[in-house]
Design a binder for this molecule. Structure first.
Ligand SMILES: Cc1cc2nc3c(=O)[nH]c(=O)nc-3n(C[C@H](O)[C@H](O)[C@H](O)COP(=O)(O)OP(=O)(O)OC[C@H]3O[C@@H](n4cnc5c(N)ncnc54)[C@H](O)[C@@H]3O)c2cc1C
Length: 400
C-alpha cells in the first residue's frame, strides 16, 4: 500500500516505520539508484490493512506545540567532549540512561562502515554511537526492538534525525511512554549511503589498505575547523579539514542529500523529541566567554521529560540559557531545508561512471569566495616559506 502513496521520492524519508508495523512482514526497504531506501510491498502477501499508510509521519503530519528552551552546554569531561561532535551532551544523557539500567539507540557503523541504528546497554559500547556520521542511518528493525523493550518496562533513549524520531513516535501510535526519552539533532540533511560507500572505497584504494576507524569531526585544528580522518589497517592516516575533504564538500554543497531533505517536514522549533542537540555555531557572538573552540552544544529542551533529564545531568555540564531565536539565526538548518544543488541530477547520473575525486571536482567546485580564500592561503604560505618565516611562525605564534 505505502509504496503506492509515494508519488515522488521526496514523499518518503526512509524511516522504516511501515516495514516495522507490517503484521505480514511484506514490506522490505530497497535501495534506489541513488542509494536511498524506499518501501516495497509484496502484494501476494499484503492483507490491505493500511497500517503502513496510517503510521507514515509524512502522511499524518502530526504537529507539536511545545515551548522549547535553549541552552549552550559543555560536557565538563574534556576527553568525551573532544571525542564528540559538539559539546558532548549526547554522552551525558546516554550515560544517565545507562546508569539507570536503560538502553540507548543511535547510529553506529558496522564492520563495512555502513551505518545502521543499533542499541547499547553498557558505557563501554557507547563510543560506537558517539560522534556524527554524515549519511543516512538505516533504522532496520530498531523501532520494533525499542517497542519491545518499552513494553517490558525498560528505560529507553532513542536518538536520531528529526524524521527518525517522528517515525518512531508514529510507529508507537503517538502513545506516551514514561520510560521513553528521545533526542534528535538539528539536521542539515542526510547524504546517500551509496555515495558514502563509494567514498570509503576510494579512500581505501588511495591508502592501499582497509579502514580501521573513521572520525567525521576531529578537533585537532579546532571545533570550527574540524577534520575528517580515516585510520587504516596499514597504520596510515588520511586527514583533511571540512573544506578540503571531498565527501564533506559533496555533503555541504547539498549535492547528494535524500530528496525529502530538500523540503524537510520535521524542521522548526516544535519538535517531536524531548531534547534537540546541535553545534552552537555563532557562540562567539552570543556567549564569547564560553567559546574555547573545543566544541559547544546548542540544546533545545522540548518537553518536561527533557527538562527532568537535563536537571539530572546539570552538575556535569557548564551551561547557560540563551534566546532560542537568537541562537537559530546562526543555525538556520534548525528551521530551513537545504536548497537542492542544481548539479544534483548530473552528480547521481555519473555516480557509477566517474571516480569519486573526479565526480566531486566536476560537480562540487568551490564558490568564488572559497577559491579566493584558498588562493590567498597558498600565496601567503609561499611568501612566508621564501622569506624563511613559516617555521618560525609555526613555532612561536599562536593564532587566536
Ligand atoms: C547528518 C547530520 C547532519 C547534521 N547537521 C547539523 C546542522 O546542520 N547543524 C548543527 O548544529 N548540527 C548538525 N548535526 C548535529 C551535530 O553534528 C551533532 O551530532 C550534535 O551537536 C550532537 O553532538 P554531541 O557532541 O552532543 O554528541 P555526539 O556524540 O557527537 O552525537 C552523537 C549522536 O548523534 C547521532 N547520530 C550520529 N550520526 C547520525 C546519523 N547519521 N543519523 C542519525 N543520528 C546520528 C548518534 O546516534 C548520537 O545520538 C548533524 C548531525 C548529523 C548526523
Amino acid at each position: 500500500m505505502i509504496d503506492k502513496k509515494i508519488r515522488f521520492k521526496r514523499d518518503c524519508m526512509g524511516c522504516h516505520g511501515c516495514m516495522n508495523i507490517c503484521p505480514e512482514k511484506c514490506i522490505s526497504m530497497e535501495s534506489d539508484k541513488e542509494g536511498f531506501l524506499y518501501p516495497k510491498v509484496d502484494y501476494d502477501v499484503c492483507i490491505n490493512c493500511k497500517k503502513c499508510v496510517n503510521i507514515c509521519p509524512m502522511i499524518s503530519k502530526i504537529k507539536e506545540d511545545n515551548k522549547p528552551l535553549a541552552y549552550a552546554c559543555i560536557n565538563k569531561n574534556e576527553k568525551i567532549r573532544l571525542e564528540s561532535s559538539s559539546g558532548g551532551v549526547f554522552t551525558l544523557v546516554a550515560e544517565h540512561v545507562l546508569d539507570s539500567g536503560g538502553i540507548v539507540f543511535g547510529a553506529c557503523f558496522d564492520y563495512k562502515f555502513e551505518l545502521e541504528h543499533k542499541w547499547v546497554k553498557t558505557k563501554e559500547h557507547l563510543s560506537k554511537l558517539r560522534g556524527s556520521k554524515y549519511l543516512q542511518s538505516k533504522i532496520g528493525s530498531s523501532y520494533s526492538h525499542a517497542k519491545h523493550l518499552l513494553d517490558l518496562g525498560l528505560y529507553v533513549l532513542f536518538s536520531g534525525t528529526p524524521c527518525q524520531i517522528a517515525g518512531l513516535k508514529s510507529f508507537l501510535g503517538w502513545k506516551k511512554y514514561d520510560n521513553l526519552v528521545t533526542i534528535d539533532i538539528i539536521c542539515h540533511g542526510v547524504p546517500s549511503p551509496k555515495v558514502w560507500g563509494k567514498y570509503v572505497k576510494f579512500r581505501e584504494r588511495e591508502a592501499n589498505s582497509s579502514t580501521q576507524r573513521i572520525f567525521f569531526r576531529r578537533k585537532d585544528e579546532g571545533w570550527k575547523r574540524y577534520s575528517v580522518s580515516f585510520l587504516f589497517k596499514n597504520d596510515t592516516e588520511y586527514r583533511k579539514t571540512l573544506n578540503e575533504d571531498l565527501y564533506m564538500k559533496a555533503f555541504l554543497q547539498d549535492v547528494c542529500l535524500r530528496p525529502s531533505c530538500y523540503d524537510c517536514e520535521f524542521k522548526g522549533l516544535n519538535r517531536h523529541s524531548d531534547i534537540t542537540l546541535a553545534d552552537f555555531w555563532g557562540i562567539e557572538n552570543i556567549l564569547p566567554e564560553m567559546d574555547d573552540d573545543k566544541g559547544i552544544s546548542l540544546i533545545f529542551v522540548n518537553s518536561k521529560a527533557g527538562e527532568a533529564l537535563i536537571e539530572k545531568i546539570a552538575e556535569k555540564m557548564l551551561f547557560k540559557q540563551v534566546d532560542i531565536n537568537e541562537a537559530v539565526k546562526y543555525n538556520l538548518a534548525a528551521i530551513k531545508s537545504a536548497a537542492p544543488n542544481p548539479n544534483r541530477e548530473k552528480f547521481f547520473k555519473e555516480l557509477d561512471k566517474l571516480a569519486f575525486d573526479k565526480l566531486v571536482k566536476k560537480y562540487c567546485s568551490d564558490n568564488l569566495s572559497v577559491r579566493v580564500k584558498k588562493r590567498i592561503k597558498v600565496l601567503t604560505k609561499t611568501v612566508l616559506t621564501k622569506l624563511g618565516l613559516l617555521d618560525f611562525i609555526k613555532r612561536n605564534v599562536t593564532i587566536k
